[in-house]
Design a protein around this ligand. Structure first.
Ligand code: PLP
Ligand code: COI
Length: 357
């Protein structure tokens, strides 16, 4: 893919950038540039470019604004101690965007073009990649939107793929401490044949009211159960889940209606290396409640790109609660093993890291 570049004539000053990188929060500040490419049936993917970051001018009848034909990805670029910059399994994000694109009736963006686009933006805005202290990183958000101006309901004949980036600190305020969860019994995230496995805005739109309920009950995140039985644990609003048992096995909900997390699959491999077998299977909410009560479940954790690996504490629902499991030891060991690879502080036996700069 040929990419043209127009550099920003007003990049943020070094002083302001230092201020932002000292305390980036999550998703609040955006780099000096953005990547864009367009697709039409006749021309295929074309007009790939890096240009100054700024607002889009969209016709009010642009399809994405009405029918939510959209997919996105979330990944990070990490600075290593020697100053080099790396991403984590970017071809997995690219492959997942292809799968999401099929579900959303979008054209396929080739894996190599996706990786090239991310690399080009991160390289252009490399001064925005924070120092590794405090596990900061540059969060990268590729996304695809339906940009045909048309109110009919059919796949858009004009598609725009973009990449933006935002420096990131800890996703949860207060750093790594157990998150409390709210079990929603009213709302579900995905049904059979639905969009649960796709990373698309609609899934997040439908999670908001449940997340609001969670926040209203003093919880950090919401847990979704399966739509068919209302019994099996699926995932959180933005993270996959793991249940550590007293015999050392770890259970994680099987894929199908959940997002196939890249952290999730990496942890399955990492846990194996640490001597823990991971079972991917249905896991009921009763198993959770009873396992915590009996002590058979010793740890619960959640994982995702933004949140990394986070211990899970108390679970609350309408009329009851289950206490936090006793330990977070294995959770923190897995977390450390993962971030050590991502920040280049440990060997990368799986070949997960991809050098950008
Ligand atoms: N589940 C949902 C609903 C998510 O939004 C995310 C975050 O991307 C994940 C799981 C974890 O996926 P990954 O590890 O690829 O970031
Ligand atoms: C991610 O971890 O990348 C996510 O997408 C979670 C959330 C920010 C949507």
């Amino acid at each position: 893919m040929e990419i043209s570049t127009t550099s920003s004539s007003a990049p943020v000053s070094d002083e302001r950038l230092a201020e932002i990188l000292a305390n980036p929060g999550f998703g609040q500040f955006f780099t000096d540039h953005m990547f864009t490419a367009e697709w039409t049936p006749d021309a295929g993917w074309h007009a790939a470019r890096i240009e100054p970051y700024g607002p889009l001018a969209l016709d009010p009848a642009t399809a994405v604004l009405h029918y939510a034909q959209e997919t996105f990805e979330g990944m990070k670029a990490y600075r290593h101690d020697d100053g080099s910059i790396w991403s984590f399994r970017p071809e997995e994000n690219a492959a997942r965007m292809v799968r999401s694109s099929h579900r959303l009736a979008f054209p396929e963006l080739p894996v190599d073009d996706f990786v090239q686009a991310v690399d080009a933006l991160v390289a252009a805005d490399q001064r925005w990649v924070p120092d590794p202290a405090g596990e900061k990183s540059l969060y990268v958000r590729p996304f695809m939107i339906a940009t045909e101006v048309f109110l009919g309901v059919r796949p858009s004949q004009h598609v725009t793929f973009m990449v933006i980036a935002s420096p990131a600190g800890a996703y949860f305020k207060g750093g790594v401490k157990p998150v409390t969860l709210w079990l929603t019994e009213e709302y579900t995230r995905a049904g059979r044949g639905g969009m649960g496995a796709a990373k698309t805005g609609g899934n997040y739109a439908s999670s908001l009211v449940a997340q609001q309920e969670a926040t209203g009950h003093g919880c950090d995140q919401v847990v979704f159960l399966d739509a068919q039985h209302g019994r099996y644990v699926e995932e959180l609003g933005g993270m996959n889940m793991y249940f550590v048992h007293d015999d050392g096995t770890i259970v994680t909900p099987e894929t199908g209606t959940i997002l196939e997390g890249i952290t999730r699959s990496s942890i399955i491999e990492l846990a194996g290396k640490l001597g823990h077998q991971v079972e991917e299977r249905r896991f009921s909410i009763d198993e959770w409640r009873e396992g915590v009560a009996s002590g058979r479940i010793t740890e619960i954790f959640a994982c995702g790109t933004a949140a990394v690996v986070t211990p899970v504490g108390e679970l609350k629902w309408d009329g009851g609660s289950a206490p936090a499991p006793a330990s977070t030891d294995l959770t923190m060991r897995i977390r450390q093993a993962l971030v050590d690879i991502q920040y280049g502080r440990a060997e990368d036996p799986f070949g997960w890291m991809h050098r950008i700069v």
